[in-house]
Design a protein around this ligand. Structure first.
Ligand SMILES: [Zn+2]
Length: 234
């Protein structure tokens, strides 16, 4: 079944974004922890010195792979420029970025500006337009025109951030939840049954009626319900 969100996006972008970029084939990998970073290096046979960032979002590769990745993104942006309707893209991004809630269409307008350039952007209708196209264009620092007045984020390979994250240590597991089997970690709240069983806070929050019945002999009943608790059944 097609996801409605993707269907609307596909319509706005006229399918230009439908073909996902095969990052693995280009030699780019994604890492959000040291472990994933090490795995990415091993998978692609890179050494740490070769690694550059794609410029945000947790993507890495060697400089050749990152150049190919940016070329693929650029090709995708050109498809948007060539076949999408700026008004539809604006409308989709306006709701996607909750511009109505913020009463400012800046995010949607900047996306349109980025894809289509100011000449085409100026021709569309806007809602909650706080800043003019010229003001928005002036704010898009770090963007440069690449194609018919279209902008994209400038990425410097020299600015590559290498392994700039820190994994906090996992808190120590102290008990095991009788109900879901997850660890109850140091400092977490839990329920202790009369029989000495531990119930984690998640289970107590999400499944409390069932937990009370199963582990505490406490029964949820509806008024008028004639069933007595099982321990009173004759
Ligand atoms: Zn649990």
């Amino acid at each position: 079944m097609k996801n409605i969100y993707m269907t609307i996006r596909s319509d706005a972008y006229n399918g230009a974004l439908d073909t996902a970029i095969d990052t693995a084939a280009l030699g780019v990998f994604w890492a959000f922890s040291n472990q994933e970073f090490e795995e990415g290096l091993a998978k692609h046979g890179y050494t740490v010195d070769q690694i550059v960032s794609i410029g945000g979002g947790g993507g890495y590769g060697n400089s050749e792979a990152v150049k190919k990745f940016h070329a693929a993104i650029e090709a995708q942006e050109r498809r948007v420029f060539d076949i999408a309707d700026p008004q539809k893209v604006y409308h989709y991004e306006y709701w996607n970025h909750e511009c109505d809630y913020y009463e400012d269409d800046k995010e949607a307008a900047c996306i349109v500006l980025g894809y289509f350039g100011i000449k085409r952007a100026e021709r569309i209708g806007r809602r909650n337009a706080i800043k003019t196209w010229k003001e928005l264009e002036a704010e898009m620092i770090g963007f440069r025109p690449i194609y018919n007045g279209v902008y994209r984020i400038e990425v410097s390979l020299a600015d590559a951030d290498k392994r700039a994250w820190y994994d906090p240590p996992e808190p120590k597991a102290v008990y095991t939840c009788e109900h879901c089997g997850d660890a109850i970690v140091d400092g977490a709240m839990f329920l202790l049954t009369n029989g000495g069983k531990f119930i984690c806070e998640d289970c107590a929050d999400n499944d409390i009626w069932y937990v009370l019945e199963k582990y505490f002999d406490i029964y949820k009943r509806m008024a008028g319900d004639v069933l007595p608790p099982p321990n009173l059944t004759v």
